[in-house]
Design a protein around this ligand. Structure first.
Ligand SMILES: [Fe+2]
Length: 204
């Protein structure tokens, strides 16, 4: 049994509101982008992204806004439902970074989303265009990318992993761990030693 009571989230610090909210967004985005077949998850992921878009800035601005908190709680539950369809490189990178550097999971995801979107663009552009249309974002893939960048700024997300204390000295070990992560299998572009190392370079 799960009890989703938004009143329990009212006291969350802003930085945790931002991080957990971006984790919910990352779950929906990665599930939506995954090539695996699961139409129900696809729909849940899309609506989950809409709930984040329309409620996370407000939950961040006013932590006592119960409507925004309730919608974010739904988005979080929906993201976790949707990701049975798969996750991808955002989580494959974020898991080892969190393990080695003790960074916040959702905040780490938020930092790595843009370079992963760029890597996956050839495989997901058509899907992201549809998502952008549903979310009321103009400009297709580029508009969606710009929306994510703006959301990160609004929520105080660092631009690079170096802003979370991650250095370039352990990229090879992080790459090895990322390639062993179960999330790899859901990434739209096949992950290799070469492109994961490059992703870490771009993210740091
Ligand atoms: Fe996550």
């Amino acid at each position: 049994m799960v009890i989703c009571d938004p009143e329990l989230t009212v006291g969350m610090p802003r930085i945790i509101t931002a991080g957990t909210g971006m984790d919910a967004f990352a779950h929906c985005l990665e599930a939506y982008s995954s090539p695996h077949y699961h139409p129900m998850s696809q729909g849940i992921a899309l609506e989950g992204m809409r709930l984040v878009k329309e409620n996370l800035p407000q939950a961040y601005a006013d932590g006592a806004d119960l409507e925004a908190r309730a919608n974010m709680m739904s988005a979080a539950a929906m993201g976790a439902t949707a990701f049975q369809k798969g996750l991808g490189a955002v989580h494959a990178l974020s898991h080892p970074v969190g393990a080695v550097y003790n960074t916040h999971h959702g905040m780490t995801n938020a930092v790595v989303i843009p370079p992963v979107l760029k890597l996956n663009r050839p495989e997901i552009e058509h899907k992201i265009e549809k998502a952008a249309a549903y979310l009321g974002i103009e400009g297709g893939f580029d508009g969606f990318y710009d929306y994510v960048m703006a959301l990160r700024i609004d929520l105080g997300v660092p631009d690079k992993l170096s802003g979370l204390g991650v250095g370039r000295d352990r990229i090879e070990a992080l790459t090895e761990m990322a390639l062993a992560d179960p999330s790899c299998g859901g990434n739209p572009v096949k992950l290799t030693n070469e492109n994961v190392q490059q992703l870490f370079q771009d993210c740091i």
